[in-house]
Write a protein that binds this ligand. Structure first.
Ligand SMILES: NC(=O)C1=CN([C@@H]2O[C@H](COP(=O)(O)OP(=O)(O)OC[C@H]3O[C@@H](n4cnc5c(N)ncnc54)[C@H](O)[C@@H]3O)[C@@H](O)[C@H]2O)C=CC1
Ligand SMILES: CC(=O)[C@H](N)C(=O)O
Length: 386
């Protein structure tokens, strides 16, 4: 049963990375794994009842007449097609999750539920969204990533630091639970690289890394000073079939799949032996939900490393060649990205996340490669058929 819940929640979170940049939860209530009805732990009026299909350990709030229904905060973005999407909407209520960005969403995102324009540099507009929609949880993804940040430091500073300040103030002012992702890029050349623990020297050499260390420290400061429910995971490089790479150093590991399927060739911008921690998107989104839902007393820290695997471009190419023996990989090193990769962790120690809230990854390199090829292969065949 827990497995099916996880898979539902996971699918609900699909496309958060590289699609919307902020996720707003309306009327979020809490997980209640016990059967039977009782008062809502978030003190909303009404009773908690088991979900109607009996297959879900979560309970819905039974709204008194005139009260807006209060359900689990989920959105229904799916990679698996519209029919499942509508099932999820029926079950969880698409209107309880609002996505926002300054960029136009792709069709599937736009048609999945509420999507609004919101610039995180516009404080008044952020406050308006929270008040008008009675927002309770906030997931803040907007950022300029490592390589693109080095190409535009002023903009990265503004979005990643000023934007974060706005988000922190909004969250503290309105008592929101706030998730902000950090990254392996929050470490630098003087950090231990193999493995990198949660607590060690953090002296990154990119504006991206500096802004993420700042986010970790500010979030923790607001937690201690104002009681903000701040939660943060340091993600490794995230690999997803849904979206194209967005200006990061680990992006080669996404691009290789697209190029391999389209042309059978890939020109890699990192050295073949550049080892970096990586994770498949489903694991990343599940980890995010798990830490957001973890009871506060299980969290001994507010910022955790999470990890799944660690590989080099050469090792990834070898795994791909098991399925595509003809794949040709050449190396054309980008000095900016290479310098960044050389300063980042090679292996990530996530033992605290595993110990405190039970983090466990599902995807290692073989499963990652198989899953990416399956998704992209199906997409390519559909495009060709069309
Ligand atoms: N993709 C990865 O491998 C990793 C991502 N992360 C973190 O996850 C988050 C999302 O990353 P990605 O989706 O890969 O990045 P991305 O570059 O694809 O997306 C960032 C989003 O921020 C939006 N944005 C930029 N300026 C904005 C503004 N002023 N107001 C509102 N939105 C704005 C962009 O329109 C874009 O949709 C970032 O915070 C990143 O640091 C952390 C580690 C690894
Ligand atoms: C690991 C990250 O934070 C991101 N993918 C990047 O390469 O900048």
């Amino acid at each position: 049963r827990q497995g099916s819940i996880n898979s539902l929640k996971l699918q609900a979170f699909q496309l958060f990375l590289r699609a919307p940049s902020t996720i707003w939860y309306r009327n979020a209530c809490y997980q209640n794994p016990q059967q039977g009805s009782q008062a809502c732990p978030a003190q909303h009026p009404g009773l908690w009842l088991p979900a109607s299909d009996g297959g879900c350990a979560y309970h819905q709030l039974l709204p008194p007449a005139g009260h807006i229904g209060c359900k689990l905060p989920l959105c229904v973005f799916l990679r698996n097609g519209p029919s499942q999407g509508s099932n999820h909407r029926k079950r969880f209520g698409k209107n309880n999750v609002i996505l926002s960005d300054i960029r136009k969403p792709p069709n599937n995102v736009f048609h999945s539920g509420p999507f609004i324009y919101s610039d995180i540099l516009d404080y008044k507009n952020l406050r308006e969204i929270v008040v008008n929609n009675r927002i309770t949880w906030l997931v803040h993804y907007s950022a300029l990533l490592s390589a693109v940040g080095e190409a535009n430091v002023a903009l990265a500073r503004s979005v990643n630091i000023t934007g974060l300040h706005n988000i922190l103030d909004i969250a503290a002012e309105h008592g929101l639970r706030l998730f902000v992702p950090s990254t392996i890029g929050a470490f630098g050349p003087s950090s231990p690289r193999n493995p990198t623990p949660d607590m060690c020297v953090q002296r990154p050499r990119t504006i991206y890394g500096v802004s993420k260390v700042h986010a970790e420290l500010m979030g923790e400061y607001y937690h201690h000073r104002y009681g903000l429910d701040f939660r943060c995971l340091r993600y490794p490089g995230i690999i997803s079939a849904d979206t194209m790479p967005g200006g990061g150093t680990t992006d080669y590991a996404v691009q290789i799949f697209h190029d391999a399927i389209k042309t059978g060739k890939f020109d890699c911008n990192l050295r073949p032996d550049s080892r970096l921690p990586m994770m498949y998107i489903d694991d990343c989104l599940r980890a995010t939900l798990e830490v957001m839902e973890a009871p506060a007393d299980t969290l001994s820290m507010r910022t955790y490393n999470i990890n799944a695997m660690s590989f080099t471009p050469e090792e990834l190419a070898q795994e791909l060649r098991k399925q595509m023996p003809e794949l040709e990989v050449t190396y054309n090193i980008d000095p900016v990205r290479q310098a960044i990769a050389d300063s980042w962790p090679m292996n990530f120690d996530d033992s605290n996340a595993r110990k405190d809230w039970g983090w466990k990854h599902d995807y290692d390199l073989p499963e990652l490669v198989q899953t990416m090829l399956n998704y992209l292969g199906v997409e390519t065949r559909m495009a060709q058929a069309n």
